[in-house]
Design a protein around this ligand. Structure first.
Ligand SMILES: [Zn+2]
Length: 185
């Protein structure tokens, strides 16, 4: 499979009946998608469960994508499978705007770029095999934010008394959102 794979779907019927919802259920595969420690290997089945609806000469696709990502736990470094479910609402337009809408040409849409974009955004940035993962050495590195930083740079980060610990670098706010999501499960 090449990176330029595509899956063109005719939306002729959708365009002819504005306001009518047309279900689109497909299982597709993509080339490998990877963000940090999370990967959707090439060929992993990706279920599309979408509804297509015409609005003017554009088509709106809403629904969900489901697949499984192979992740490396940020604490214990074990590999584990994490189900990925992501909701989408995207527009296919005859005059697409880069980064905002997808092309609709000759009554065809290609769902591959939509799937790739949506899944890349949904991969966990800091995977955890389970919310309470104690990590490789819980006595030495308690599973806290500080310990995670220490594990990432193990060379003597914990040396010195508490008073001399350097201020933590600001955390990517998306991590906090992800942690919350994972705890809410
Ligand atoms: Zn773990």
């Amino acid at each position: 499979m090449s990176n330029r794979e595509s899956l063109s779907i005719s939306v002729a019927q959708v365009l002819r009946r504005a306001g009518v919802q047309h279900p689109l259920q497909r299982t597709i595969t993509l080339d490998e998608l990877n963000v940090g420690a999370a990967t959707i290997p090439a060929g992993t089945p990706i279920e599309l469960d979408l509804v297509l609806e015409a609005t003017g000469n554009a088509v709106v696709a809403t629904g969900a994508l489901r697949t499984v990502a192979r992740c490396e736990c940020r604490r214990c470094l074990d590999l584990f499978d994490q189900p990925i479910v992501t909701e989408v609402r995207e527009i296919f337009d005859p005059r697409p705007v880069e980064g905002e809408t997808y092309p609709l040409q000759a009554e065809l849409i290609d769902v591959v770029p939509l799937a790739r974009d949506a899944l890349l955004l949904s991969l966990p940035l800091a995977p955890l095999c389970r919310p309470q993962c104690p990590g490789p050495a819980p006595e030495v590195f308690p599973a806290t934010v500080e310990a995670d930083a220490a594990v990432a740079e193990p060379a003597g980060s914990l040396a010195g008394d508490a008073g001399s610990i350097e201020p933590e670098p600001p955390r990517d706010p998306r991590w906090a959102a992800l942690d919350k999501l994972q705890l809410d499960r």
